[in-house]
Design a protein around this ligand. Structure first.
Ligand code: KIV
Length: 261
């Protein structure tokens, strides 16, 4: 069954949690889709994870289209959301709409995501028929303004975050990612919004959870405190590559089994 934005709303109404992962390629998209992961986010974290950039700031709309297309081609059920990269929506609501139309047309995605408290841009895109996911708390595209990777929404700023979330909801966002905020605040936002919240480093109170796939699979060289490793892919790959190199060097690979007569 195809997951739609309405499916996530129904899950929230029923009090059922859902799981989201990032994906940037057809192979992982196929596996995560088969596992029943409800949302695949083609995050601009691709800039860090796939392209090796120190931040997501250099990521372009063309790169997002490239990754987005690979994911939609391989996905049957999951809702595919493509991130709008830095510089593709900040200038005006018109720019935001034009960028989201390009992403939707060229990737076949189900929705777009943009960072920050930008209800005007969200409304303009939603009015054109494109579902939008919001993203509040720590927003990686603003890492320089936020003075690094820091928990957001502590103390006095908690009220502002709740207000921002309500404005995104009023503008028509179908869900909001809450990144690196105190668990109590995430719980309060989730309780007060009708639309689902999706937590990353935001505790148990959100309606869904999301992780960057290379963190969840233990492939990243460094991963944040909130990311649980469900396997240790980095060590497994290192071990496999070391064995392969050794077998090539010693002539143990290929054997007859891997050869043609
Ligand atoms: O780009 C991304 O992967 C994200 C998640 C961290 C939510 O925005």
């Amino acid at each position: 069954m195809k997951i739609r934005t309405g499916t996530l709303a129904q899950l929230k109404q029923k009090g059922e949690k859902f799981a989201c992962l990032t994906s940037y390629d057809a192979l992982t998209a196929q596996i995560f889709d088969q596992a029943g992961i409800e949302v695949l986010l083609v995050g601009d974290s691709a800039g860090n994870v796939v392209l090796g950039y120190p931040t997501t700031i250099p990521v372009t709309i063309e790169q997002m289209v490239h990754f987005g297309k690979a994911v939609t081609e391989a996905t049957q059920s999951a809702l595919v959301v493509v991130d709008m990269p830095f510089g593709s929506y900040e200038l005006s609501s018109e720019q935001a709409l034009a960028s989201s139309i390009k992403i939707m047309k060229e990737t076949g995605a189900d929705a777009v995501k943009l960072e920050g408290a930008r209800p005007e841009a969200v409304k303009r895109i939603v009015d054109a028929g494109i579902p939008v996911m919001g993203h509040l708390g720590f927003t990686p595209q603003s890492v320089n303004q936020l003075s690094g990777f820091k928990v957001q929404g502590r103390g006095d700023s908690s009220g502002q975050l709740l207000q921002d979330a309500k404005e995104l909801q009023a503008a028509g966002a179908f869900a909001i990612v809450l990144e690196m905020i105190p668990a109590q605040l995430a719980q309060r936002v989730s309780d007060e919004l009708q639309i689902p919240t999706i937590g990353i480093g935001a505790g148990l109170g959100c309606d869904g959870q999301i992780l960057v796939w290379t963190d969840f699979a233990g492939l990243s060289d460094r991963s944040p405190k909130f990311a649980k490793k469900y396997l240790n892919l980095r060590d497994s790959l290192l071990e496999a590559a070391t064995s392969y190199r050794e077998e090539v060097r010693t002539g143990a690979f290929p054997t007859e089994e891997q050869s043609f007569s």
